[in-house]
Design a protein around this ligand. Structure first.
Ligand SMILES: Cc1ncc(COP(=O)(O)O)c(C=O)c1O
Length: 498
């Protein structure tokens, strides 16, 4: 039969017809009661289309249920197994977050509800603002940005506003270490700055001597990812902050990897001026498929007056506290509608409250788990740095490459073992990078199983197992031409059929 696709059940592969091939003329899933069918509703004939016009399959209810249930298993998700993508922090999304976000007082709250009727929602926004200011030790915050990269852009607009007010418009360069996340230089360019790349030391840290040389009068800011994309903590931040401030420049710390240091480190005391925290990385809001993400941008007093509104403030009244929406005096304006992605704000707050005073345990467990990965695999894969790992362990395929089998073959074969591949070939500074982030939510048993599979794969690579070049063989989608797929994506069924 045409257009059959394979699926795996109990370890066996079956060829399955697609929903369109199951279609039979006249087969229906539901029948409306005769009473409803005779309702006197007149629909203009120009608005009516037949089943053929809209190409809907005609199938029974069980076929529809099986179709969607089967589709859900063709995709990999955190609810199925460990999702070791480094830098993405694919951690479990606790169900309590969903329950609270779905409750009527939050889910049914219209963004334009007048303040006095939206007190519960405004209080939740205020509480998250306050708790994030407290844990980071930073005086200002916005929850508006819709993702980490959007937080970066917002932060860089704050840098611009700060320099403009001081008349320092000649400062147009942002220093970005080569260990930064890829979105950092992109955001700088989008915000109209010129990027000057800084080389890292052999261990993967910011090279302070190179930084000093690059710190010329035209430098607007340093944008440094910490912990950086090698999973290492940058130790020279206070020194660097001091030098920047003496130069009239600002320190932007990409805090997307904050899950490694939450509750452990004071961003404020490090001398940071702006930092974004991805709520979908550290605070367990859903991540993937392009969003909706959310980021908080925390700031020092230097740039606080430029923050985007709305910001929620608490005022005392004779009836108790009242939550009001305000905007800072020299605000750069909104970067998103409303207070930000409200559902994500509720989820993040729920996660934080469920840890209570123990929020630091997120960092402790994340770092412990990443070190368990590192220690388990460092004999078989080359670690990218000799320094201690924070939230993720980065290796390379240096020990295997000579066999003709490299990172890509490892990643593709891992799929046949039931795991999503780690992040590969990133960071760019590590040739054949394999970047694994287990997150705090995985048990030692899960990590041990994953590492055993990785060791098995290392042995197959060392033994020049050429069959790895045709993996995956057990997944719904097999080996694809990734370049062709990216350049000429086929996005719907009918295009494919034609
Ligand atoms: C260090 C770092 N910075 C920035 C980002 C960008 O965040 P987003 O994907 O939410 O735009 C990420 C994403 O994982 C990251 O790991």
């Amino acid at each position: 039969m045409q257009n059959q696709l394979s699926t795996t059940r109990n370890g066996q592969i079956f060829e399955e017809p697609l929903i369109f091939e199951r279609s039979r003329p006249g087969r229906i899933g539901v029948s409306f009661p005769a009473d409803d069918a005779s309702l006197p509703i007149e629909i203009d004939s120009s608005l009516l289309r037949s089943a053929e016009d809209i190409h809907l399959p005609e199938v029974s209810e069980p076929e529809v249920v099986r179709h969607f249930t089967r589709l859900s298993t063709w995709n990999y998700g955190i609810d199925l197994n460990l999702y070791p993508l480094g830098s993405c922090t694919m951690k479990y999304n606790p169900r309590i977050n969903e329950e609270i976000a779905a409750s009527a007082q939050f889910a049914d709250l219209h963004p334009n509800t007048p303040e006095k009727y939206a007190q519960a929602g405004l209080r939740a926004v205020y509480e998250l603002q306050e708790v994030l200011k407290t844990v980071t030790d930073m005086p200002g915050i916005t929850l508006q940005p819709a993702a980490g990269a959007h937080g970066e852009l917002t932060g860089l607009f704050l840098v611009k506003a700060y320099l403009k007010k001081k008349g320092d418009t000649h400062k147009t360069v942002v220093l970005v270490p080569d260990s930064a996340h890829g979105t950092n230089p992109a955001s700088c360019t989008l915000a109209g700055f010129t990027v000057r790349e800084l080389p890292s030391t052999a261990e993967g840290l910011l090279d302070v001597e190179e930084f000093k040389k690059a710190l010329t009068p035209d430098v607007a800011a340093l944008m440094i990812t910490n912990p950086n994309t090698l999973g290492i903590f940058e130790t020279n931040i206070p020194l660097v902050a001091d030098l920047l401030h003496k130069n009239g420049s600002l320190l932007y710390m990409d805090g997307a990897n904050y899950n490694a240091i939450v509750g452990k480190v004071s961003i404020g005391k490090m001398g940071v001026d702006i930092s974004h925290l991805n709520l979908h990385k550290t605070f367990s809001t859903p991540h993937g498929g392009g969003g909706p993400g959310a980021a908080a941008v925390v700031v020092s007093d230097r740039v606080r007056e430029f923050l985007p509104g709305p910001i929620v403030e608490k005022k005392e009244s004779s009836q108790g506290p009242v939550y009001v929406v305000t905007s800072p005096s020299a605000s750069i304006g909104r970067v998103k509608a409303g207070p930000g992605h409200f559902g994500m704000i509720i989820r993040a707050l729920t996660y934080i409250l469920s840890y209570g005073n123990e929020l630091h345990r997120v960092a402790e467990q994340a770092v412990l788990n990443a070190n368990l990965v590192r220690k388990s695999l460092q004999e078989v894969f080359e670690p990218a740095s000799g320094l201690d790992t924070m939230h993720e362990a980065v290796f390379s395929d240096a020990k295997q490459r000579k066999t003709g089998l490299e990172t890509i073959h490892l990643a593709k074969t891992l799929i046949d073992y039931g795991y999503h591949p780690p992040t590969i070939y990133f960071p760019l500074s590590v040739h054949g990078a394999i970047m694994i982030e287990p997150t705090e939510t995985e048990s030692p048993e899960t990590i041990a199983h994953f590492c055993a599979v990785m060791k098995d794969l290392a042995a197959r690579m060392n033994g020049q197992d050429e069959s790895m070049k045709s993996s995956p063989t057990r997944s719904f989608v097999r080996r694809i031409d990734e370049v062709e797929a990216a350049r000429k994506p086929v996005l719907n069924y009918f295009t494919k059929k034609a």
